[in-house]
Design a protein around this ligand. Structure first.
Ligand code: G3H
Ligand code: 13P
Ligand code: ZN
Length: 384
């Protein structure tokens, strides 16, 4: 069933395991993601970023997607999550990742999202508070969970608690929860987005511990989120490069550090890059092992788009010729089915170990089966 993300994070917090959240960029990926969460009996948090919503609305220049395309994409993603997750035996939440405006939040809630992030982290503090508060006011009456962000996910900073630090200040995090009423907060503590996180990145676990501790003292039941948490498995990188890719300096977060922070108070762990890498590796292998597919009427163009930029590993940049399958899951022939399978297998291979390692494996029964309407009543009673 579909639930607000809050229900899933409440269980993760209570039983101290990490709930991974995965970015989705095709109907096939959504189908595969729900399936593997069901097999492993884990709650699922699937997410669509602003760019994914634009892309799933048919906008190939997805980094500059228009509002109408994002609205269409939010509905396409919402429909797919309902189709595969609506009657699934594990709770599934659909979450907007890095939403930038109330308009985007509204489009996603209309499309069936049960949770939204409003990322005001680049704004001055008071404006971030204001925007997040406005989103909470809008979303909570729908029972929809809200995640905010505080601190900038940037490079390596040693002076953790200094005024110049870009890391999250634990006391400001408490103030942010109090002023906004948000449910979850993305903190900056050493991770960053993408495949180039730096070799031997050390997560500042103490920031998560201090933040959680301060929250407990103030009676705040909120959740902490780790963004930029892909592990960038080195075999993926080596395999891609051995087939003609040119990924340089690609390193992720050591999985043991993520396991440790999950025990120390991080509740949600965001992963996107690992999925992109696995899907791209699988698709490259498909053409390597079946060179005749390079001339396929339905997926020949995909091959030339794939090889146009050896540094690219984001499938969205090379699947523009098969958007009917990507956006609606219509698989018109066997060649398309092979691409779909590559993407589904990529999702499963990258997701499954993380569900086990972060500890949400076999925990779905601990999550309260609560609908958004019921959560809305709860917020109303508690006045938040
Ligand atoms: O947090 C960022 C995610 O990796 C989403 O990336 O905006 O390119 O879809 P995207
Ligand atoms: P990665 O780039 O490390 O996968 O981060 C994903 C993320 O934080 C999505 O919000
Ligand atoms: Zn992120």
């Amino acid at each position: 069933m579909l639930v607000p993300m809050r229900a899933i994070l409440e269980a993760a917090d209570k039983y101290r395991y990490g709930q991974a959240a995965f970015n989705m960029n095709s109907v096939g990926q959504i189908e595969a993601a729900v399936h593997i969460h069901e097999l492993l009996r884990s709650g699922a948090v699937l997410q669509g970023a602003e760019a994914s919503n634009a892309f799933m609305g048919g906008e190939l220049d997805f980094m500059h997607g228009s509002a109408p395309a994002k609205r269409v994409g939010a509905k396409n993603i919402g429909d797919a999550v309902k189709k595969y997750g609506g009657s699934s035996k594990v709770p599934v939440a659909l979450h907007l990742d890095h939403g930038k405006s109330l308009e985007m939040v509204k489009a996603c809630i209309d499309g069936g999202y049960t949770s939204v992030m409003i990322d005001g982290s680049s704004l001055p503090y008071e404006q971030n508070v204001e925007l997040t508060r406005e989103v909470v006011k809008y979303a909570h009456p729908y029972g929809v969970t809200v995640e905010g962000e505080l601190g900038v996910l940037a490079g390596v900073e040693d002076h953790v608690f200094s005024a110049t630090s870009t890391y999250t200040n634990p006391m400001q995090a408490v103030d942010f929860f109090k002023k906004t009423g948000c449910d979850a907060l993305a903190i900056s503590y050493g991770t960053c987005h993408g495949a180039n996180k730096g070799k031997d990145t050390r997560i500042r676990r103490e920031i998560a511990i201090a933040t959680k501790e301060c929250m407990m003292h103030e009676g705040i039941q909120g959740f902490l989120v780790s963004h930029g948490s892909s592990t960038v498995p080195q075999e993926y990188v080596q395999q891609i490069n051995a087939m003609g890719g040119r990924l340089e300096n690609a390193f992720g977060i050591d999985v043991q550090q993520l396991v440790d922070v999950a025990k120390a108070g991080i509740n949600k762990i965001n992963v996107d890059t690992d999925i992109r890498l696995a899907c791209t590796r699988n698709i490259m292998e498909l053409y390597r092992d079946h060179p005749e597919l390079k001339n396929s009427p339905s997926i020949g163009r995909l091959y030339s788009d794939l090889t146009a930029n050896p540094k690219n590993f984001d499938p969205r940049n090379y699947v523009g010729s098969i958007m009917d399958m990507i956006m609606y899951g219509r698989v018109a022939d066997e060649d398309l089915e092979r691409i779909n399978d590559c993407m589904k297998d990529g999702v499963i291979e990258s997701i499954a170990p993380l569900l086990v390692q972060f500890g949400s494996y076999r925990k779905s029964h601990l999550i309260e089966a609560v609908t958004c309407d019921q959560m809305a009543d709860r917020y109303k009673k508690e006045g938040i």
